[in-house]
Write a protein that binds this ligand. Structure first.
Ligand SMILES: [Zn+2]
Length: 282
């Protein structure tokens, strides 16, 4: 069994110290693995009764930002462990909830076709988390800056968001522009993206010029502005419990409350027969 002593990356300081902090806080090692081709930048699966370590994976193509991205994943674990185990809930989905989500995204009755089901369920999980859950990343990224100002980590962070902002401003649309999606799916993705990046420019980067540029994007801003309103009203978000409340508000505004429920099943390490995995994707 992996024990976390061997990793696919040499962590720099202060990331190594943060990894030590997470291991002391949670009582589990952190294992970090490099993947040749990966669906996303990084992911983290928290340790449970079956998986004895926290499992972080990263794509091979993102070396420029990787220390920052791993820092981000480690801070998710810190946040999750900021409350007692019974309150450490993650998004879970029943078969019905996955079906509801997939029907909305793809609008096809044959959602259970075996050959594509894994891919679609994974997409569902990624979208569910990155669209509804992305509000959590505002705290994580703010924490990165607060803890690690003027380190390589904050420079990688600035470069990463500079690149993302440029992509978004150039494309004028969210990066979730996957052709197989039903067009209506784009509206919630764009609203989420709009709100996240406008809040990020405001709260984390304090960059007025970016806020203005984002405001000029051709989104239908109503839903996006409502997300921002819901978030602005929560000035003091102290721990994971506040995150859950805020995610629920985003899901409500986006009309996606029927896509998931909160639970602690992930802690039992239940191998989900429906393909649902307990991971944060980025
Ligand atoms: Zn995150």
């Amino acid at each position: 069994m992996e024990d976390g002593n061997e990793m696919d990356i040499q962590l720099i300081e202060p990331v190594q110290s943060l990894k030590d902090e997470v291991e002391a806080l949670t009582g589990n090692n952190v294992v970090i693995r490099r993947r040749e081709s990966y669906c996303c930048l990084t992911s983290v699966q928290p340790a449970n009764t079956i998986l004895s370590y926290h499992f972080i994976q990263f794509g091979a193509d993102n070396d420029d930002f990787i220390q920052h991205a791993i820092t981000h994943e480690l801070l998710h674990l810190v946040r999750l462990w900021s409350v007692p185990p019974e309150k450490r809930v993650m998004m879970e989905a029943s078969v019905q909830e996955i079906k509801t989500g997939l029907m909305f995204l793809f609008n096809e009755p044959d959602w259970l076709r075996v050959d594509e089901y894994d891919t679609r369920t994974k997409l569902y999980a990624i979208i569910c988390r990155s669209v509804i859950n992305s509000v959590l990343d505002l705290w994580v990224e703010g924490e990165v800056l607060r803890r690690y100002a003027d380190t390589q980590i904050s420079h990688e962070q600035a470069d990463y968001y500079d690149k993302r902002f440029r992509e978004i401003l150039e494309a004028g649309i969210s990066s979730f522009n996957i052709p197989t999606f039903h067009p209506r799916a784009s509206s919630i993705m764009n609203a989420s993206s709009y709100a996240f990046y406008k809040l990020f420019a405001n709260r984390v980067m304090e960059a007025d010029d970016l806020i203005e540029e984002i405001s000029r994007l051709p989104y239908s801003p109503d839903m996006g502005e409502r997300l921002i309103e819901e978030t602005e009203n929560e000035a003091d978000r102290r721990n994971h419990k506040d995150d859950v409340m805020l995610v629920d508000r985003w899901a409500d505004v986006l009309g996606r409350s029927s896509w998931f429920h909160w639970g602690t099943r992930w802690q039992e390490g239940v191998a989900d027969k429906d393909g649902y995995s307990w991971e944060y994707y980025h």
